[in-house]
Design a binder for this molecule. Sequence first.
Ligand code: NAP
Length: 541
Amino acid sequence: MSDRSDLDVVIVGAGFAGLFMLHRVRGLGFSARVIEAGDGVGGTWYWNRYPGARCDIESMQYSYQFSEALQQEWEWSERYASQPEILAYANHVADRFELRPDIQFETRVQSASYDEPACRWTIVTDRGDALSARFLVMATGCLSSARIPDFPGLASFTGPTYHTGRWPHEGVDFTGQRVGVIGTGSSGIQSIPIIAREARELVVFQRTASYSVPAHNGPIDDDERRAIKADYAAFRARNLQTATAVGSRLPMGETSALAVTPEERQKVYEERWEQGGLQFLGAYIDLLIDPNANDTAAEFVRTKIADVVGDPELAARLTPKTVIGCKRLCVDTGYFETFNRDNVELVDVSETPIGEITAGGLRIGAARFRVRCHRVRDRFRRDDRRAAQHRHPRSRRAVAPGRLGCGPAHPSWPRRGRVPEPVHDLGARQPVGAHDMIVSIEQHVNWIADCIAYLRDHQYAAIEATPDAQDAWVDWVNMIADFTLFPSCNSWYLGANVPGKPARVHAPDRLSRVRREVRRRRREGLRGFRAVAGCDLAGAA
Ligand code: NAP
């Protein structure tokens, strides 16, 4: 594709947000191009091809809802879709809506600069293209960047190293290898049981023990599938009522965990455990609010770990002591059972951290561990570098950190001159981590598309959030977050996985409430935003 100076919208990223963004803006009559680093669509699901990668949200729920025909015709095979199936779905969407002609693959954006008098962005890519567009949308996701930990000596390791977020497309054969896995978050917990079955020896380096509930994955029951499809809208509406992506298989509990007898609680937790999945945390209304209520659920899971792991000392090391659900609850298939295998060893690095990677392994305090094939993995970093630089990541209604088009976002943000601010999908302070990502994506994309159309229809050059409105939004998110247990641990929900990044929780409220708030403000004529007159937008489609 050659240089273009006539585009209305440039979108960065062809994951679930970028694909839907392209579909929406084209439907509004805008010309658009997507720039994508990979050689295919799918974003996070394109990059994360590690063994056992699958979604921890149920597949009937983790899918687009903007097209009734799409959601009726697409058939998910399993309760939790595997990465290849989700990638196939993304490809199906790209083909079905004929999106590929407007996507430029294997291309990275190198710079974006805003010409304020002309009201246009110039976007330069690593292929040397220079694109000019009225609007720039960052659909770069919040789990798309792999953060490789900066262990001293990492480069000196002579064996192959892998990161779950950058897994080789051809796969990795661990047969006969001695493998080290660093990290026991969602990605580690999914891959460890599978690597353990292949490898000769597996050493798991655990800094923090994780809570995990069983997935009970399997084929989707035909009757259940039919029932959902008979009224998909009602199914989606039920999911919106949950605060923590817990799904609608069982209703959210409406009482306090402390208001019932221990026997009743045990029965309810057992029922949720048997059903499997994140809905475990929906058993009672205060599990993510009251530490004492939370501890009843935590203790239930701790007992389950002790039941599964044969060696009591090993079980104790695998048992989390913290609040359950504060970090993302993991959903597993045979994770704790894996530690009963003779070829699996658990090394606790909570007190003595990994000090150095050596040519043949790694050093923890005085101990050396030799691994022939060492797989490094780590948390993801939210791909919002701007937010990481600021002491107070702020945004207006989660999708518009500043002017949609030009201008600084907030007087308190450090800047040199006037910093142009593209609009972010899944940006700072949004309801993302604790929710179903695709549901959030659809809401944000719709908001951005409507906003761009509003600017065109009213002949505005740009739109910016007022400082008061930004403060009010941030205060609202903080007020709800402070009411919960989310701020009580170091998780990526707070950005705590990136050293030095300010700890600020994502909007943790029920999605239905977030959406209601956004709709209400929109009805009020984009209250909290200031539309900026400037260039004549008549040229835009
Ligand atoms: P994560 O939850 O942030 O886990 C990272 C792991 O690496 C943690 O156990 C962390 O320990 C450990 N770690 C980091 N630096 C370390 C160091 N220097 N030494 C030792 N251990 C270190 O990352 P993730 O597992 O990639 O998951 C991120 C998010 O992606 C999840 O919360 C989930 O929302 C999403 N995800 C979803 C799915 C799914 O839907 N199926 C699958 C995978 C991931 P600490 O806990 O001590 O920091």
